[in-house]
Design a protein around this ligand. Structure first.
Ligand code: S3P
Length: 165
């Protein structure tokens, strides 16, 4: 069984993915972590030292590598679906779920994790909801390509896991 989770930063891909993998007896892979281990650098370091274009190329290459494995629950990065033909690759090689959440719910969850995420690290807290709303508008067409869409705004991690499972 191959399952992929897609969605914006803060949508719960990693927390949901870990629990789901355990429940299904599958290995869990976090694409960001996979990239960090391979490069020996954090995501922030890759962005600041090599730039986003380098990161996206690496993300596409390592995504293909992960998708060729026999079984997994994969948590992708928030931007993964919107670069190269990544969403098509994900759909052809796994069952994909889009974890949907409102800009307000995402902003609330991302307040703590802004620092670790180069694309939103410098957004002022009061501008976060509007920034996310615009960013989501650009990325929505890709997220919507997922096989299933799941609303997560008012659900706990456990609830989202049980909807998928
Ligand atoms: C990104 C999301 C991050 C990480 C990188 C870029 C994005 O992953 O891949 O900072 O473009 O939305 P998470 O969604 O796990 O935070």
């Amino acid at each position: 069984m191959k399952v992929s989770l897609v969605g914006y930063m803060g949508s719960g891909k990693t927390s949901v993915g870990k629990q789901l993998a355990e429940l299904m007896g599958l290995g869990f892979i976090d694409l960001d972590e996979y990239i960090e281990v391979r490069e020996g650098k954090s995501i922030q370091e890759i962005f600041s030292e090599n730039g986003e274009i380098y990161f996206r190329k690496l993300e596409n290459e390592l995504l293909k590598e992960v998708l060729s494995e026999k079984s997994f629950v994969l948590s992708t990065g928030g931007g993964t679906p919107s670069f190269y033909n990544n969403m098509d690759l994900i759909n052809r090689n796994s069952l994909s779920f889009y974890l949907h959440a409102s800009p307000t719910a995402l902003a609330e969850r991302l307040k703590q994790g802004q620092i670790d995420r180069p694309l939103i690290a410098h957004v002022a807290p009061e501008d976060l909801v509007e920034f996310i709303a615009k960013h989501l508008f650009e990325r929505n067409a890709f997220y919507q390509m997922a096989h299933e869409s799941i609303a997560t705004s008012n659900r706990s991690v456990e609830e989202v896991v049980s909807v998928i499972h």
